[in-house]
Design a binder for this molecule. Structure first.
Ligand code: M6R
Length: 611
C-alpha cells in the first residue's frame, strides 16, 4: 500500500529513487513522484500511472544526491497528478504511506488559520500540519504534528532549509533503513535496499530517523538517541528479480519446491542420533513448547490468501488435536468483541507481516490475554515483532500481488505446527507424528511433478478466457482450496468467480449454473469423493463446463467433465500443496491469455497497510 523510498548518498539520487520505486511498485501503482534537493532547492516531479511514466518525464540534467520517492495506491482522493506524492506545503515536502484518519478535523483547524490544501489527500494535510509547527527545528515540528495524528503512517520528510537531509517517522506502516558505501537509504520494504546492503534495521515506531549520506541517526520523541536492532537477510537481489520469467507470479510459482524446502527442512529433526523418528523442532525459531500447553481453543485470523491458508490449517489442527479451531477474517474479528482467554492460542498469518487488520487482530488478542503465534514471511515486520512467538516461512521475497509461494509456505507452516502440537500434547503417537512429518518432506518432488503440468493447464485455461462467471467447488480441504483458487483467479483475470462448498450449491447458487458456465470441481479427498461426484453431476446436468482436478486412482465417468487434471500419487492430506499449484497456474495462464497485467492487477496492492 504505497511504496516509499528516501536516498541520501554519493550517486545520482533520481536514478536511485526510480530504481527503488520500480522495486516497490507492487505496493501501489496509480501514480508516482519524486522530490530531490538540486542546486539547494527541492524539485518535485510527478506523473499518473506507472513508474515508467515518471521515468520518461525525468529531465536528464536533474543533478541531485538526496531525495524521496513515492508510488501510490490511492486512498483519499482520486488518481491524479495533484494527488500524487510528494506533497509540499511551506518548508515541508513529504511522502506518506498510511492513512491519517482525523485529517478532516485537522484540515478544518488549518483552514481557520487561512491555510488551504490543493489536493484531496490526507497526506497534504500532514505536510501542512508539520509546516505549521516548523520553526527551524525538524524534531519538534515532527513530534508536535504526529502527536495530533490518528491512523497509520510512514513519512519521509524534507525541509527546504535543510539540504541533503531526510527525516523519517512511522507508526503502523513499515519503514526499513540501511547504510552503505553508496549512501543511506530508507524504504517501505527490504527489496528496495537489496542493491545496497543485506544488513538493515526496522525503524521503531515513533522514533525519528535523521538520514544523511554518512549516517542514519535515530532518536525517540524526547530526543534520546536509540540503537535499533540490526537484521540481515539471506537472499540477494536476484531473488527479487524476474530471472528470465515473463512475470514475477510465474517465477514465484516455479520457486515453490525451493521455498517449501526452506520452510520445511530446518524444522525437521531426528529426536536423537540413533532415532528413526523425524519430528518438527522449533528450537531455532525460539517457539517455546509452553505455547502449546493448556490450550483449549485455537483461533486463526488473517486476510485474503493468508486467511485461506488458515482454512486448511483449521481442518488439519482439528483432525489431529480434537480441539475447536475457528478461522476469522481479521477485519471482522477485530470489531467483534471476541471471547478469548489465556487458554486460547491465536494464530495470525501474514506474508507481509504488515496487514493493518491482521496486526490489529493480533494486538486485540494480546490485550485479551490470549497466547499469540504468527506465521509471517517478512523478517522483522510488525506482526512478527509483536507476537509472543513467530514462525517465519522463508518463502523469500514475493513481489507479484497474487500470493503463491507464500501461501504454500503458510500451508507447510500449519502442517509443521499441527504435527509439533500433536507430538507435544501426545494427541498423536510419536510414530504417527514422525510418519506425517516425513510425508510433508516428500511433497517437494510431488510439487515438482505438478509444475510439469503447466502446458496442460495453459491449454485448459483457453476455455476460461471469455467466461464472465465461474465457480470453484469442493468439500473439506478441497473447499478451502476452492476459496483460494477463486480469489487467485478473480484478482488477476477480472472474471467474476465464487467458491462454494459443493453441497451448498443447490441451496441457491445452482440457479446461476447454466449452459457453458465453467465449474472447477476439486475431487481429491476420498472421504467425500462420492458426495463430490453427485455434486459434479448436478452442475453437469445444468450444462456446466466442468474442469475436474482429481487423483490418479479416482474413477470418474468421462461424460461428467470436459477437462481433467490429475495429481501425482499423494496422501490426500497433503494434496493441497499440489492442487494449489494447479489453481495458481490456471489463474496465471487465464490472465496471460486475456492480455492483462498479471503482476499488478488493477485496484490492488501487495501489502494492505490501511483498514
Ligand atoms: O501480507 P498478507 O499475507 O497479510 O496479505 C493478505 C492479503 O492481502 C493477501 O493474501 C491477498 O489476498 C493476496 N493478494 C491474494 O493473492
Amino acid at each position: 500500500m504505497c511504496g516509499i523510498i528516501g536516498f541520501a548518498g554519493y550517486k545520482n539520487a533520481p536514478e536511485a529513487l526510480l530504481n527503488g520505486l520500480s522495486e516497490l511498485e507492487y505496493r501501489g501503482y496509480d501514480s508516482a513522484g519524486i522530490a530531490c534537493f538540486s542546486d539547494g532547492v527541492i524539485k518535485v516531479l510527478k506523473s499518473v500511472g506507472k513508474v515508467s511514466n515518471l521515468r520518461k518525464e525525468l529531465p536528464p540534467d536533474l543533478l541531485s544526491f538526496c531525495g524521496i520517492g513515492h508510488t501510490r495506491w490511492a486512498t483519499h482522493g482520486g488518481v491524479s497528478k495533484v494527488n500524487a506524492h510528494p506533497h509540499t506545503f511551506g518548508c515541508v515536502t513529504l511522502i506518506h504511506n498510511g492513512i491519517i484518519e482525523n485529517y478532516h478535523e485537522l484540515e478544518l483547524i488549518l483552514k481557520q488559520q487561512g491555510k488551504f490544501p490543493i489536493s484531496q489527500t490526507d497526506s497534504e494535510i500532514a505536510a501542512m500540519l508539520i509546516d505549521s509547527f516548523y520553526q527551524g527545528n525538524a524534531y519538534t515540528a515532527i513530534r508536535d504534528a504526529v502527536l495530533q495524528f490518528s491512523g497509520s503512517y510512514a513519512f519521509c520528510i524534507m525541509f527546504s532549509d535543510q539540504p541533503e537531509t531526510i527525516y523519517c517517522i512511522r507508526k503502523g506502516s513499515p519503514l526499513v533503513c540501511c547504510c552503505s558505501e553508496q549512501g543511506s537509504i530508507v524504504a517501505s520494504d527490504m527489496v528496495a535496499l537489496l542493491r545496497y546492503s543485506k544488513d538493515y534495521f526496522v525503524l521503531p515506531e515513533l522514533q525519528i530517523a535523521k538520514v544523511t549520506r554518512n549516517s542514519i541517526l535515530v532518536t525517540d520523541l524526547e530526543g534520546q538517541e536509540c540503537t535499533p536492532k540490526l537484521l540481515s537477510i539471506t537472499w540477494d537481489l536476484s531473488s527479487a528479480q524476474k530471472n528470465g520469467f515473463k512475470h514475477y507470479m510465474l517465477k514465484e510459482i516455479y520457486e515453490q519446491p525451493e521455498s517449501l524446502r526452506r520452510t520445511i527442512m530446518p524444522r525437521l529433526r531426528k529426536t536423537d542420533d540413533d532415532s528413526v523418528l523425524l519430528l518438527p523442532d522449533f528450537t531455532e525459531d525460539n517457539i517455546p513448547d509452553s505455547l502449546f500447553s493448556n490450550i483449549n481453543r485455537i483461533i486463526i485470523t488473517a486476510c485474503g490468501t493468508a486467511m485461506h491458508a488458515g482454512l486448511i490449517g483449521r481442518i488439519l489442527l482439528e483432525r489431529l488435536l480434537r480441539i475447536p479451531v475457528s478461522v476469522e477474517i481479521a477485519s471482522e474479528f477485530r470489531y467483534e468483541n471476541p471471547i478469548l482467554d489465556k487458554y486460547t492460542l491465536v494464530i495470525t498469518v501474514s506474508q507481509s507481516g504488515e496487514t493493518a487488520d491482521t496486526l490489529a487482530a493480533l494486538r486485540l488478542a494480546k490485550n485479551l490475554g490470549a497466547k499469540t503465534l504468527s506465521i509471517v514471511n517478512v523478517k522483522g515486520s510488525s506482526i512478527a515483532r509483536e507476537s509472543n512467538a513467530v514462525f517465519y516461512t522463508h518463502a523469500g521475497p514475493e513481489i507479484a500481488v497474487a500470493s503463491t509461494k507464500a501461501y504454500t509456505s503458510q500451508l507447510a507452516a500449519f502442517y509443521l505446527i499441527a504435527f509439533r502440537f500433536a507430538y507435544l500434547t501426545k494427541l498423536q503417537t510419536d510414530t504417527q507424528c514422525s510418519l506425517l512429518s516425513s510425508k510433508l518432506f516428500h511433497i517437494i518432488p510431488d510439487v515438482e511433478q505438478v509444475l510439469m503440468l503447466a502446458d496442460k493447464v495453459k491449454k485448459i485455461s483457453r476455455n476460461l478466457i471469455s467466461a464472465t462467471d465461474l465457480f470453484f467447488i469442493g468439500r473439506g480441504l478441497d473447499y478451502a482450496l476452492s476459496c483460494e483458487g477463486s480469489i487467485k483467479l478473480k484478482e488477476i483475470t477480472y472474471i467474476h468467480s465464487e467458491a462454494y462448498a459443493a453441497g451448498e450449491l443447490k441451496h441457491g447458487t445452482l440457479s446461476l449454473v447454466t449452459e457453458g458456465v465453467p465449474v472447477i470441481a476439486l475431487a481429491t479427498q476420498p472421504d467425500v469423493f462420492s458426495k463430490m461426484i453427485s455434486n459434479i453431476k448436478e452442475v453437469r446436468a445444468r450444462g456446466a463446463f466442468v474442469i475436474c482436478i482429481t487423483t490418479q486412482d479416482a474413477v470418474i465417468d468421462p461424460t461428467l467433465y470436459d477437462q481433467k487434471l490429475i495429481l501425482p500419487p499423494i496422501d490426500p492430506l497433503f494434496a493441497p500443496f499440489c492442487t494449489a499449484i494447479l489453481l495458481q497456474l490456471l489463474a496465471y495462464y487465464t490472465s496471460l491469455l486475456r492480455g492483462l497485467d498479471v503482476d499488478q492487477p488493477r485496484n490492488l496492492a501487495k501489502s494492505v497497510t490501511v483498514e
